[in-house]
Design a protein around this ligand. Structure first.
Ligand code: MN
Length: 287
């Protein structure tokens, strides 16, 4: 199942090149009282809601994907986890490029572990990226994103992928500089998730997916998730050894080589095999 959120927070199923409105199924979500439980309410109930989503979609008239504005398919993640330097060739380019390393030694995820991106940085492709610091390097990083379904702590490697509800394309936008990663990658709109989520049953092996990003048509990054240093299962095992994962938590799995700057007016087109493709416009942030 391919689920998207679009326009005025409508929920749709993507079938072929069309979107079928399934918003009516949200009426079946259990009512919430304060304090609300950790995690995203829709993702937590996704399995239970699935038949209702499918039948609501069956009854709706399709719209072309291009006629809607896509938001992040996860509305309220409890956390967004990032994986620093999780491709060896990205480490090599970071070591070679002073505008990335700023004089620092660059190691890999084995040394750094993970980092957090602010929840408020999350947008969908239709919202685009608003650059905050045009005088600094603002880089694209295309990444496979995992969306946690069943939460847990101390999840074993063997069980890890059964905790994934869905996959999506993630953009871990980054201001280069000396500040902590959590700040430089936590800018409003610097976490893009889309174009929709693809439930895990449709992805046979998340560790063997081609991923690519073009900027104004030029291919900047093209690799495969088989090159990940910490693969998908290890990322979940490792993250959950530090913190409990909840439904809707997003793990961006790390970016391959080819990161580079984007400027206002450019358009990024990111794709991952088995998930789809999304266009994301870059604009200047207006204070
Ligand atoms: Mn990244």
């Amino acid at each position: 199942m391919r689920l998207c959120r679009y326009d005025d927070d409508r929920i749709g199923l993507v079938r072929g090149n069309e979107i079928f409105d399934a918003t009516a199924a949200l009426d079946l979500l259990p009512a919430l009282t304060w304090p609300v439980p950790q995690g995203d309410h829709l993702i937590a109930n996704l399995d239970a809601l699935r038949p209702a989503l499918e039948s609501a979609a069956d009854e709706s008239r399709p719209r072309a994907i291009g006629s809607v504005s896509l938001k992040s398919p996860v509305a309220n993640p409890g956390k967004i986890i990032g994986a620093p330097v999780n491709f060896h060739k990205h480490q090599e380019e970071a070591i070679a490029d002073a505008a990335i390393n700023l004089g620092r030694d660059i190691k890999t995820i084995d040394t750094y572990g993970l980092f957090m991106k602010s929840n408020t940085s999350l947008v969908g492709p239709g919202e685009g990226v608003a650059l905050r610091f045009p005088d600094r390097r603002n880089d694209h990083e295309v990444e496979l994103a995992m969306i946690i379904g069943q939460g847990g702590s101390d999840i074993s490697r063997e069980d890890a992928l059964s905790h994934v509800a869905a996959y999506a394309i993630g953009l871990d936008m980054t201001v280069r500089g000396t500040e902590d990663r959590s700040l430089r990658k936590g800018v409003d709109s610097y976490s893009v998730l889309g174009p929709w989520l693809v439930t895990a049953d449709e992805i046979a092996n998340p560790d063997k997916l081609d991923l690519e990003i073009r900027v104004n048509g030029d291919v900047r990054q093209a690799s495969n998730t088989e090159m990940l240093i910490f693969d998908c299962a290890k990322l979940i095992e490792y993250a959950s050894s530090f913190m409990t994962l909840y439904p809707g938590d997003i793990i961006m799995t790390g970016t391959p080589e080819g990161v580079g700057p984007v400027r206002a007016g450019e358009v990024m087109q990111a794709s991952i095999a088995g998930i789809g493709e999304m266009s994301v416009a870059v604009r200047a942030h207006l204070a």
